[in-house]
Write a protein that binds this ligand. Structure first.
Ligand SMILES: Cc1cc2nc3c(=O)[nH]c(=O)nc-3n(C[C@H](O)[C@H](O)[C@H](O)COP(=O)(O)OP(=O)(O)OC[C@H]3O[C@@H](n4cnc5c(N)ncnc54)[C@H](O)[C@@H]3O)c2cc1C
Length: 414
C-alpha cells in the first residue's frame, strides 16, 4: 500500500464537504490510504446549506443537457462545460439517491430533497463524513498557505499547530480571507460584485402593491452608459421595489455593470410579457366594445391584478368609476403604452433572505478545469463560489460546488 496522502480541505461548506466525501469514497474504491481533514473557521459547518432555498435547499436544477445547463452561469459557462461532462445534475441526483436522499423537481425545474428540508442534506453530509473518518477541525481559520515544494503545502492555522498536506482544496466561498489566501500564492482575483439581488424602485405605479406578481413580464434595464440588459419571466412587487426570478436573473447578468453604475438605471417593464403596445391597445379597444356599460374598476385585462389596474388608472388620472364606453382612444393608447413600457427608476439594490452570491473570484484562466488544480501552485485546488463562477437562481450555484468539488476530489486522491 502507498503512503497515506494528507488532503486538507479549507472550508466546511457545500464544496468542501462534497469534495471531502468524494475523495474518501474514491480512495476507498481504489484501495488508497488518505487522511482527509476539513478546516472550518467557524464553529458550525454547512451554514449556507442549512439556510439555503428558504430552508429547503435547492440542490440542483432538473436539466440534464450539460450545454443548456451551463448557459445559466453568467460567469464560468464555458469553463464549466468539461467538469460538468464528468459530473452534472443527473449525477447529483444519482449521488444523493445512493446516499439515501431522493431529490424531486418542481414545475420550474428546481430540485429539492423530498423531505423539503435542508437538514436532510446537512445530515447526509455529516453522516457520510463520519463513516469515512473525515476529520473535522472546527474553529480552524487557515491564515496562510506556504508552498514548501510542489505538492507540499504547509497550512498555518489560528491558535493551532501548522501541518503540511500533499493536496489542498480552497473552498472558502465568498469569504474575504479565502481570496487573500489565493492571492498570496499568486492568483488573480477578478472584480467582485454582488449577484442575485432585487431592485430598489420607488414609483407610484407599484407603491402599496407589495406581494403582487406577474407571471411573464419582459424587462429591459438601461444603465447610464446606455448599456442594456434584457430578461423575461416572473416578477414580484416588494416593499422596496421589484424582485422575482426575472429581476434576479437580470441582476446576475448585469452584476458588474450595475455595481459600476452605482445601482442606478432605468428599468422598462412590459407587464404583459411578449405583447406589444399596439396589441394591448387593440385588446383594450375590444374590451371597450364588449363591456360598454361596465365600470373600469370592475372589468380589466384578466392577466392583471386588480390593485395594479386601479393604480394604473390613478396614474393616468382616469376615474375608475367611469364606464368603458366613456374612455377615450387617447386614454386607451396611454394605458397600452404604460402596460408595455413602464419606465421605472432603479435607485439601489436590496438583498434580504433570497439566495445571493458573489460574482468574481479566482481568475478562471489560472485553473485547470480538468482537475480543478491551480496552474500557479501545484497541489492547490479550488472549488465552489471562490472561483469566478456564479449561476442564476434555481440550484445552479450548488451544482457548481458539487461539480468542481467532485472533480477536485478525484484529482487530489490521484
Ligand atoms: C441565503 C442563501 C440561500 C441560498 N440558497 C441556495 C439554493 O437554494 N441553491 C443554490 O444553488 N445556491 C444557494 N445559495 C448559494 C450557495 O449557498 C453557495 O453558492 C454555496 O454555498 C457555495 O458553496 P461553497 O462551499 O463554495 O461556500 P460556502 O458554502 O460559503 O462555504 C465556505 C466555508 O468556508 C469557511 N471559511 C471561510 N474562510 C475560511 C478560512 N480562512 N479557513 C477555514 N474556513 C474558512 C466558511 O466559514 C464557510 O463555512 C444560497 C446562498 C444564500 C446566501
Amino acid at each position: 500500500m502507498k503512503a497515506t496522502k494528507t488532503i486538507a480541505i479549507i472550508g466546511g461548506g457545500a464544496a468542501g464537504y462534497f469534495c471531502a466525501i468524494n475523495a474518501a469514497q474514491w480512495a476507498r474504491h481504489n484501495g488508497l490510504s488518505v487522511d482527509i481533514r476539513i478546516l472550518e473557521s467557524s464553529g458550525q459547518v454547512l451554514k449556507k446549506v442549512k439556510i439555503s432555498g428558504g430552508g429547503r435547499c435547492n440542490v440542483t436544477h432538473h436539466c440534464f443537457d450539460v450545454k443548456l445547463f451551463c448557459r445559466n452561469y453568467p460567469r464560468g459557462s464555458r469553463e464549466l462545460l468539461s467538469p460538468m461532462l464528468k459530473f452534472q445534475a443527473k449525477d447529483t441526483v444519482e449521488w444523493f439517491r445512493k446516499a439515501g436522499v431522493r431529490l424531486v423537481a418542481e414545475a420550474d425545474g428546481r430540485m429539492f430533497p423530498d423531505t423539503n428540508s435542508s437538514q436532510t442534506i446537512v445530515d447526509c453530509f455529516l453522516t457520510l463524513a463520519k463513516q469515512h473518518n473525515i476529520q473535522l477541525m472546527p474553529n480552524s481559520r487557515v491564515q496562510a498557505i506556504e508552498p514548501l515544494a510542489p505538492y507540499q503545502l504547509k497550512l498555518h492555522i489560528n491558535n493551532q499547530a501548522s501541518f503540511t498536506a500533499d493536496a489542498v482544496l480552497v473552498a472558502t466561498g465568498s469569504a474575504p480571507g479565502g481570496y487573500h489566501l489565493a492571492e498570496s500564492v499568486g492568483h488573480t482575483i477578478t472584480e467582485r460584485a454582488p449577484s442575485l439581488f432585487s431592485f430598489k424602485i420607488k414609483d407610484p405605479l407599484i407603491s402599496g402593491l407589495q406581494g403582487l406578481s406577474f407571471s411573464e413580464a419582459a424587462l429591459k434595464l438601461t444603465l447610464p452608459g446606455k448599456q442594456t440588459f434584457k430578461q423575461t419571466g416572473p416578477v414580484l412587487i416588494t416593499h422596496w421595489g421589484l424582485s422575482g426570478p426575472a429581476v434576479l436573473k437580470l441582476s446576475a447578468w448585469a452584476a458588474r455593470e450595475m455595481k459600476r453604475a452605482g445601482y442606478r438605471g432605468t428599468l422598462t417593464v412590459n407587464w404583459m410579457g411578449a405583447e406589444t403596445s399596439g396589441e394591448v391597445e387593440n385588446r383594450l379597444k375590444r374590451m371597450k366594445e364588449e363591456h360598454r356599460k361596465s365600470y373600469l374598476k370592475n372589468v380589466y385585462p384578466d392577466d392583471l391584478p386588480k390593485r395594479f389596474w386601479l393604480n394604473l388608472l390613478d396614474q393616468h388620472s382616469i376615474d375608475p368609476e367611469k364606464q368603458w364606453s366613456r374612455i377615450s382612444n387617447r386614454e386607451l393608447a396611454g394605458i397600452g403604452r404604460a402596460l408595455t413600457a413602464s419606465p421605472l427608476a432603479v435607485s439601489g439594490q436590496s438583498r434580504f433572505k433570497d439566495e445571493f452570491v458573489e460574482c468574481g473570484g479566482v481568475a478562471l484562466s489560472e485553473i485547470d478545469f480538468q482537475t480543478m488544480e491551480s496552474k500557479v501552485c501545484p497541489g492547490l485546488h479550488f472549488a465552489g463560489e471562490i472561483l469566478d463562477v456564479d449561476g442564476i437562481t434555481g440550484g445552479f450555484n450548488f451544482q457548481n460546488a458539487w461539480t468542481t468539488g467532485w472533480v477536485a476530489a478525484r484529482h487530489m486522491v490521484g
